[in-house]
Design a protein around this ligand. Structure first.
Ligand SMILES: *Cc1c(COP(=O)(O)O)cnc(C)c1O
Length: 374
């Protein structure tokens, strides 16, 4: 008997394309038989997590027979103190991806629409479509704009109508690295009707330099109750493998997000690791310093090659390689270097390269330099 389950799937799921993650090192090792591999494809912290987080995980390991604290009291208390927000404003997630999905489930239905930009983070269309809601994709800035391929606030606003329930904004955006400046985002927030939730995804917020004028949206929470800010421990805090992120919002919104949350969505090791990581400001500062130097290292190399790149305040650089990024990605793979092609983001001539350690960046530069000469 042959089965076809496709017609049985929920309408949104039928046409859904799953998220394409960065290629894991272990996969490349298996497929190509390579041993000396570097991965600069998922914007992870090359320093790894704070040593304090690792100690906390080791100590908590013996307790894994018990369910985690479903309310994440200690992590929320630490976050609340750090961010100066009430505990009731916080929602914890299994990575911030989880929180993005909670927002979609709490506010979208097949009758409603979500608005986001071209070249925006791939999770927004996935969570929207999975629910059967309609995605409205705003045109991004043109290539000759000072913030090429970045979000265009006017284009986003233009797509808002009576059916809109969520606007997703990544600030800075992944994969482009571009950002909305303080005045732009504030003007946008002022113009969005209060019945439309604005999700500002600050996954890279910890890397942002003050001089970039890329806002910390937390300051606006009192003024805009329809604001949901999402953050993560996967990037600057180096805990991508443990999956922990959070949202900060109006407490009533947090209450709604919590209604659709799995009871134990953040595991006990992730909870203690994130709490400890949050307390290690020195490690965070080291991570920022390393990123700053690596960003310079990579941009210097691009300048020498005559390649341009998109402005970035994250821990990655989207480089215009002037030919098929996918082919270049495969050439680099053969040489043990994993980066990210972004053709699936509508950027076929670009490669997104995560900033690694000094040695990893040097290896990437050497290998990419060789491939560029071929
Ligand atoms: C990496 C990333 C996230 C974080 O995902 P986690 O689920 O927290 O690991 C969220 N948003 C953007 C834009 C990202 O690039």
């Amino acid at each position: 008997m042959t089965c076809d389950f496709l017609p049985l799937a929920a309408p949104g799921v039928r046409t859904l394309h799953p998220y394409q993650p960065g290629k894991p090192e272990s996969e490349l090792r298996r497929e190509y038989g390579l041993s000396d591999i570097i991965k600069l494809a998922s914007n992870e912290n090359p320093l790894g997590p704070s040593p304090k987080a690792l100690v906390a995980v080791r100590e908590a390991l013996a307790g894994v027979a018990r369910y985690p604290d479903g309310n994440g009291f200690e992590l929320k208390t630490a976050l609340s103190a750090r961010l100066n927000t009430p505990i009731g404003a916080l929602t914890l997630g299994n990575g911030s991806n989880d929180v993005l999905e909670l927002a979609a489930r709490a506010f979208l239905t097949p009758e409603h629409e979500a608005v986001f930009s071209e070249h925006a983070f791939a999770v927004y269309p996935i969570v929207t479509q999975a629910i059967g809601a309609t995605a409205r994709v705003a045109q991004a800035n043109p290539p000759d704009h000072p913030m090429p391929y970045g979000h265009d606030p006017a284009a986003l606003l233009n797509l808002i109508n009576d059916r809109t329930r969520i606007v997703f904004i990544a600030n800075p955006n992944n994969p482009t690295g571009t950002w909305l400046k303080t005045a732009e985002l504030q003007t946008l927030l002022e113009a969005v009707p209060e019945r439309v939730m604005v999700v500002v995804d600050e996954a890279y917020g910890e890397y942002v330099e003050a001089t970039a004028d890329c806002p910390n949206a937390l300051h606006w929470l009192d003024r805009f109750p329809n604001l949901i800010i999402t953050r993560t421990f996967s990037k600057a805090y180096g805990l991508a493998g443990l999956r922990v992120g959070y949202a900060v919002s109006h407490p009533q919104v947090a209450d709604l997000l919590n209604r659709v949350r799995q009871p134990f969505n953040v595991n006990s090791l992730a909870l203690v690791a994130a709490t400890a990581a949050l307390g290690d400001l020195e490690h965070l500062e080291r991570s920022r310093t390393l990123n700053r130097a690596g960003m310079q290292q990579l941009q210097d190399a691009c300048r020498q090659w005559g390649l341009s790149w998109l402005p970035s305040v994250g821990n990655f650089l989207c480089v215009d390689v002037g030919r098929s990024g996918r082919e270049m990605f495969l050439e680099l793979l053969k040489r043990g270097v994993i980066v990210r092609p972004v053709d699936n983001y509508g950027l076929p001539h670009f490669l997104r390269i995560s900033i690694g350690s000094q040695a990893e960046n040097a290896r990437l530069i050497e290998v990419l330099g060789t491939v560029l000469k071929d």
